[in-house]
Design a protein around this ligand. Structure first.
Ligand code: MN
Ligand code: MN
Length: 462
């Protein structure tokens, strides 16, 4: 019998709950690490805020903006700011870039509700904002929860007014209202995906009329007057604004044991924060370490701040040029961890998962060989050789990890930035954290997994 046990130990794939096997010290470190992470989540609810917060943390650690024409030597810390929405942080290696760069890439945009260019209207003496949702979200989840508004007004004179209302205790919040159960008999016949329609995601922003004896749209007038006093704007300034409605709640612990984290925007700040904190700890790496926090992943990595753009190519080009080596060779020899979340196994919804290939909370950082949909379409499928490299690295460093797949075959699927980086010839694999309720206004992760993600990022770039 013990021979069988021994053989099984030796031959079977043996994945365990990492939290149950972890030392008290590791668990304490994970809980401690989660404090910084929750703080980051509360200060970085949009891509602009995440970029800004990341830059400020990096500057405290000696990172400076990369300047073309300047020489940087091994150990120097630089960053590349792409329109305030995507940032790449680099620690220059002892070897030149043509020997390859170790890249981690996570995204800092999350599903949310953007205001339309002409958002403000009054109906039945209530003022509301029209929205256009950003990223894949289940619309019914966004009603009847407190929302905050974040973003900017860019004025014609070049000034940019930053907006953040609804985060502080004493600030008002906003809400999208839904029908009461007493009157929702017709609405209940809709499919869940149509339960709330896109054009019904209208945000209530006020109800008090401007003091006047007569006139129409006095509630709207009052709102514009308040905004004019605060930001100096008029209605046409919404045309050149980027304003995002996000959940107003703060990150918090979940569970009696406090082992989990509940918060908005964990996809993908749950990987962005580990990538960031890891590169902040990297000192004098053999190869150049690069951590990218990217925008626009949730809508396909498009645009000049998404990773389908040439931003990363230019960053590596700039470093290679500075070292007088070939950027193409640098790309070809580079490796990347595309740091993004996977769907954690939820016992309430087991039918969407292949249990043997799903990721579980507390089983550690999740390595995802491929994403995609319908026969791996639209994915960067990491090579066996590269998976071997990554699992050897993780095992050698004692990092608890697991594999994952994005649900059952043909049930759905998804994508990450991996394929865009792979297009440049870089070896790429997805690695991240399992999440429950992904893309909901409130997502759940495990502290242990987040900490293992950080350790993996550091091990890869150090
Ligand atoms: Mn993601
Ligand atoms: Mn996502």
């Amino acid at each position: 019998m013990s021979e069988i046990k021994e053989l099984k130990e030796k031959l079977f794939l043996n994945r365990k709950n990492g939290l149950s096997a972890a030392s008290e010290e590791t668990v304490n470190s994970a809980y401690q690490y989660a404090k910084g992470y929750k703080n980051f989540l509360d200060n970085a609810k949009t891509e602009r805020e995440a970029a800004k917060t990341a830059i400020s943390l990096a500057e405290q650690k000696g990172f400076v903006p990369f300047e073309i024409g300047k020489e940087y030597k091994a150990g120097d810390k630089v960053y590349f700011n792409n329109h305030g929405k995507t940032v790449a942080f680099a620690v220059i290696g002892k070897q030149t870039a043509d020997n390859g760069i170790n890249i981690t890439a996570a995204h800092i945009d999350s599903p949310r509700l953007d205001l339309k260019p002409n958002p403000l209207y009054e109906d039945s003496e209530l003022a509301l904002f029209k929205t256009h949702y950003y990223g894949g979200l289940r619309k019914y989840q966004w009603t009847a929860v407190p929302l905050a508004i974040h973003g900017v007004f860019a004025l014609k004179d070049g000034t940019v007014k930053e907006v953040s209302i609804g985060e502080k205790e004493d600030e008002p919040k906003f809400v999208i209202n839904d029908l009461l159960p007493h009157l929702s008999a017709e609405q209940n016949k809709r499919t869940l995906s149509d339960g709330i329609k896109g054009e019904e995601l209208n945000v209530l922003v006020g109800s008090r009329p401007f003091k006047a004896d007569e006139g129409s749209e006095l509630v709207k007038l009052n709102i514009l007057n308040l905004l004019n006093q605060k930001y100096g704007i008029s209605e046409d300034d919404f045309l050149s604004a980027e304003l995002e409605m996000v959940p107003a709640h703060k990150a918090c612990d979940i569970g009696f044991d406090g082992s989990l984290i509940g918060a908005y925007g964990q996809d993908d700040r749950v990987c962005a924060y580990p990538a960031l904190t890891a590169i902040l700890e990297v000192e004098n790496p053999e190869k150049t370490a690069l951590a990218i926090l990217a925008d626009k992943e949730e809508i396909g990595s498009t645009g000049n701040t998404g990773l389908e753009s040439d931003f990363l190519r230019y960053v590596i080009g700039d470093i290679a040029k500075m070292q007088r080596v070939d950027a193409t060779v640098a790309l070809r020899n580079s490796k990347c961890l595309s740091a993004d979340v996977n769907a954690g196994f939820d016992p309430t919804f087991p039918d969407v998962m292949d249990r043997r290939n799903a990721s579980f909370l507390n089983y550690g950082v999740v390595v995802t060989k491929y994403t995609g949909a319908r026969g791996k379409s639209g994915t960067s499928d990491a090579s066996a050789e590269y998976v071997a490299y990554v699992r050897n690295m993780l095992d050698k460093a004692g990092i608890v990890w697991q594999t994952g797949e994005l649900g059952k075959v043909d049930l759905g699927g998804g994508g990450t930035v991996a394929m865009f980086i792979a297009n440049m010839g870089v070896d790429v694999i997805d690695l991240g954290v399992p999440v429950l309720s992904m893309h909901a206004p409130f997502e759940t992760t495990s502290k242990f997994d987040v900490y293992m993600c950080y350790k993996a990022m550091y091990e890869f770039m150090k």
